[in-house]
Design a binder for this molecule. Structure first.
Ligand SMILES: Cc1cc2nc3c(=O)[nH]c(=O)nc-3n(C[C@H](O)[C@H](O)[C@H](O)COP(=O)(O)OP(=O)(O)OC[C@H]3O[C@@H](n4cnc5c(N)ncnc54)[C@H](O)[C@@H]3O)c2cc1C
Length: 341
């Protein structure tokens, strides 16, 4: 049975612009759920350049990609947004009662009064490792994301990769897996040094195996993995495995957004510049995913779009309610919502 979640607004994409939209909608008492294919917030900032400095965020002479995301998460905390990570929104349909129905590949259905598409450059999709017949195992015993930790409980898990996802999941799954082997093609890692240190401590204590090598082929029946074969400097090796998690990075594709019946301009959603509404009333598009004359794909542009979108979404979520323009510096009402008055 698919889970039904009802809310005011669903935001598709938890990149910087989707996150700031929570703030602008929250000031207008609009409750949001956010859905993202990644397993953490931050979109391109967190996934592509977490440690690079950004110099053109107003008020921050310099802030890293991850630093900006952390600040946004702190800024929107008073509105308690609900996050649904590691799932892709597959469909968006208008219902007869005017609401929108969204479905995800995690078997959830959302019903909401307005939709905000903040899908950036599109959905991040995992890169498939160059391993013969891997498709036969995908979704059964080879996964590119962890949806439910319990799916890995008491399993023999092989994690492949050297970035943050590979190291984070090594640390998170080690306590519940029957055995865990991390495989990386070289001894150096791209992941945060603190995670690498913890992983090395676990390996030294014999709680995980760390092997330097590459997956050569998989062994199993009917999609169920039984072993992962590796090419290593010392020769071939075989690891008994019932689950494999390859983390080989991500590519960006427009994905299902293209099929939602919205007017597109060169794979971007056409919007007006008053409300940032798409060709379907009630569906807004903000940030890198939208197109209008003069559009600049900058974070600050997305923040401005979020503010104007929120005013228009308010008229849909609470029809007839008068919105009084207020400053956060002087409005006690807004400060109460932010938990500072
Ligand atoms: C290397 C680099 C450096 C940059 N430097 C700067 C800079 O200095 N200043 C600046 O202003 N900008 C910079 N940018 C651009 C900036 O990162 C983007 O403008 C910004 O990330 C756009 O934010 P967004 O929220 O619109 O989209 P994104 O950050 O792309 O986030 C969109 C999110 O939507 C999710 N998503 C998409 N489709 C679906 C779906 N169907 N279901 C579920 N989730 C979905 C994606 O997984 C993603 O997490 C840089 C970009 C790069 C790559």
């Amino acid at each position: 049975m698919s889970e039904l979640i009802e809310t005011d607004v669903v935001i598709i994409g938890a990149g910087p612009v989707g996150l700031f939209a929570v703030f602008e909608l929250g000031l207008l008492d609009i409750k949001c759920h956010l859905i993202d294919i990644l397993d953490r917030p931050g979109g391109q900032c967190a996934e592509l350049y977490p440690e690079k400095p950004i110099y053109d965020i107003p008020g921050f002479p310099v802030v890293t990609g991850q630093g900006l995301v952390d600040n946004l998460m702190q800024q929107i905390a008073p509105f308690s947004p609900e996050f649904h990570f590691s799932r892709i929104v597959n469909s968006v349909e208008k219902q007869e009662d005017g609401r929108f129905k969204l479905t995800t590949d995690a078997d959830e259905t959302f019903l909401c009064k307005a939709v905000v598409i903040a899908a950036g450059g599109g959905s991040f999709q995992p890169k498939r490792p160059p391993v013969a017949r891997i498709e036969a195992y995908e979704g059964k015993s080879v996964f590119y994301a962890v949806r439910k930790m319990d799916d890995f409980r008491d399993q023999d898990v092989v994690i492949v990769g050297g970035g943050d996802s590979a190291l984070d999941w090594t640390l998170n799954l080690q306590p519940i897996a029957r055995s865990l082997t991390l495989v990386h093609r070289r001894p150096e890692f791209k992941a945060a040094p603190a995670s690498v240190n913890k992983m090395q401590e676990l390996a030294a204590a014999g709680k995980i195996n760390f092997l330097t090598g590459q997956v050569s082929h998989l062994e199993g029946d009917n999609g169920q993995l039984t072993a992962v074969h590796l090419s290593m400097a010392s020769g071939e090796a075989m690891v008994h495995a019932t689950r494999m998690l390859p983390f080989f990075g991500l590519t960006m594709k427009l994905g299902p957004v293209a099929d939602w019946g919205l007017e597109l301009n060169d794979n971007l959603i056409s919007v007006d510049t008053e409300k940032f509404e798409s060709s379907v009333p009630g569906i807004f598009a903000i940030g890198d995913i939208n197109h209008y004359p003069g559009k600049l794909k900058l974070i600050l542009s997305g923040f401005h779009e979020a503010a104007l979108m929120a005013q228009a979404a308010k008229a849909i979520v609470s029809p007839g309610e008068r919105v009084v323009f207020q400053y956060t510096t002087s409005s006690t009402k807004l400060q109460k919502k932010l938990g500072v008055a």
